[in-house]
Design a protein around this ligand. Structure first.
Ligand code: FE2
Ligand code: FE2
Length: 246
């Protein structure tokens, strides 16, 4: 395992693993690094060096997930990162795949099976959007309200009004694996409805599905292993405040 540290040149790090670009983008770091090191770039763009290193290391090495270390980072950083990932999926990655499936439809002999593929994917998009909406409109704002209440040492009005009966466990129970269906879709394309061999662009479709599936696994890991435990800790602290508020 290559250990990432602050003195590595940022450009070298990315050249060594192009997937790291996803993290760079989600942390709102612009490209154009010249000879700058990881530390220099992070400082310049107000990104915590350790946060960057831990995200990158766990993204590169699937056996590495420093849960305890992640739990020490402010919850706002985690939420910003997750929100930026959502934005990238919804605005770019999913529409790109949808476009490729529509194009595929014009090139597959069997019209029924291509319609089926498109329908399958569009159902998936709906499910995907609902999943993200719950996180964006309920879970993240809830987390921010608890965090604020603890910081200010008093319950925020929004928390009292909107979330008086809400617990993060409600989300835990409903949080499903949104990457599973992508695996199915990839499987259908490889095993049953092969795209035409005359055009190499359909490899891009399978490759994009594969990349999104892996990316979503990492994303869910951060939600399940960092965000949720973090909120559990916050809820414990909140309990005390709630008692005092009565
Ligand atoms: Fe998410
Ligand atoms: Fe999720």
């Amino acid at each position: 395992m290559m250990v990432i540290h602050g003195d590595i040149k940022m450009a070298d790090l990315i050249m060594g693993d192009i997937n790291i670009l996803a993290i760079i983008q989600r942390l709102n770091i612009p490209l154009g690094f010249k000879e700058k090191t990881v530390s220099e770039v992070c400082i310049e763009h107000n990104v915590d060096i350790q946060f960057f290193i831990q995200l990158t290391q766990s993204y590169r090495d699937k056996d590495y997930f420093p849960k305890d270390h992640f739990l020490t980072f402010p919850v706002e950083w985690i939420i910003d990162y997750l929100r930026n990932s959502h934005k990238c999926y919804v605005e770019h990655r999913i529409p790109t795949i949808e476009k490729q499936i529509i194009e595929l439809e014009n090139n597959i002999q069997n019209q029924n099976s291509s319609e089926l593929l498109l329908r399958f994917f569009r159902e998936y998009i709906q499910e995907f959007n609902t999943h993200i909406e719950i996180e964006e409109k309920i879970v993240f704002p809830y987390t921010i309200e608890i965090n604020k209440s603890i910081k200010d040492n008093q319950l925020t009005t929004t928390l009292k009004k909107r979330y008086s009966n809400y617990h993060i466990e409600d989300y835990v129970e409903a949080h499903n694996n949104i990457e599973e269906k992508l695996y199915d879709l990839k499987n259908i394309l490889i095993k049953y409805i092969p795209p035409p061999t005359t055009n190499c662009k359909y490899n891009t479709l399978i490759f994009d599905l594969f990349r999104l599936e892996n990316d979503l696994k990492d994303h869910s890991d951060i939600e399940d292993k960092v965000l949720i435990p973090k909120v559990h800790l916050l809820e414990k602290k909140l309990k005390k405040l709630k008692m005092e508020d009565k």
